[in-house]
Design a protein around this ligand. Structure first.
Ligand SMILES: Nc1ncnc2c1ncn2[C@@H]1O[C@H](COP(=O)(O)OP(=O)(O)O)[C@@H](O)[C@H]1O
Ligand SMILES: [Mg+2]
Length: 261
């Protein structure tokens, strides 16, 4: 792991887990990365920020009585909405009441920002499990994070959509360092190839117009693994249910790279 694109720098505290294309594994990554970081002794919160299509609760088999919706509407306080997930991390779940938040309003902006400001001092890492694409809601949620992790698969459609996301984040948020997590790889080193491919396109079409270039950094790669689907179907956390699965082992390696030292 001595490739120059693999960095071992400590991460920003608030990390947006986002993607161009949907269904590439953001929620899977957010939940299992959180579990791996928790196992390393870090206090971690995952915020289900895919407000319109929230499903972190489903994956973790949690049935929240109090959701972000209740916090937004002032019915409950933020600490009341925090749930401990299997895996030893904390979650703030959106719940199905959030369907109405598929459009971003000033009020939701303020509420989201308030929630993040409030949780920030209490955790070592806060992962925002965002929606896919470049809608207002997604871009706003990502804008609240110090660091962006773009989940991408080697599929051409996922690459194209990841490129669109990267371009918009560079142009509208001034992002110059964007981390990549290549999910569902079929061979070792495919993550590196994907990073290189995306970097080439960015160098050609995005960077010439910028004052300083966008640099894509590979945080790691997670292999396509039947254990992932199996765990989603059983509604169990992969890292707990099948810690020896190749995808679990890769996830722990990714988490290690996010820790200082
Ligand atoms: N590494 C992987 N190997 C095999 N299947 C995967 C992997 N990562 C994700 N999947 C499949 O993709 C589906 C969608 O993942 P999910 O995390 O819900 O995506 P997103 O949050 O980006 O929409 C999962 O239910 C799982 O079946
Ligand atoms: Mg998701």
């Amino acid at each position: 792991m001595t490739a120059p694109e693999l960095l071992h720098l400590p991460s920003a505290k608030i990390i947006a887990v986002t993607s161009g294309k949907g269904g590439v594994g953001k929620t899977f990554v957010a939940a299992n990365l959180a579990a791996a970081l928790a196992r390393a002794g870090r206090k971690v919160l995952v915020l289900d920020a895919d407000l319109g299509l929230a499903n972190l609760d489903v994956v973790l088999n949690l049935f929240p009585k109090i959701t972000l919706h209740d916090v937004f509407t002032g019915k409950h306080s933020l600490p009341d909405a925090m749930l401990r997930a299997p895996g030893g991390f904390w979650v703030l779940l959106a719940g199905s009441g959030m369907v109405e938040y598929s459009r971003m309003t000033g009020e939701i902006r303020d509420q989201l920002q308030k929630v993040i400001t409030e949780v920030e001092p209490r955790f070592d890492h806060v992962l925002l499990d965002t929606g896919a694409g470049i809608s207002d809601v997604v871009l706003y949620t990502v804008s609240l994070a110090g660091e962006v992790l773009v989940v991408v698969t080697p599929e051409p459609t996922s690459l194209t959509d990841a490129y669109a996301t990267i371009k918009v984040l560079a142009n509208t948020q001034g992002r110059r360092k964007i981390r990549l997590l290549v999910n569902q790889t079929r061979s070792i080193g495919e993550g590196r190839a994907v990073r290189q491919q995306l970097q080439q396109v960015v160098d050609r079409y995005v960077n010439p117009a910028l004052d300083s270039p966008v640099r894509l950094e590979l945080l790691g790669e997670i292999p396509a693994d039947s254990a992932v689907r199996e765990c989603v179907l059983r509604r169990t956390l992969m890292l707990e249910a099948l810690p020896g699965a190749p995808a679990s082992i890769a996830m722990v390696a990714v988490a290690t790279r996010m820790l200082p030292g």
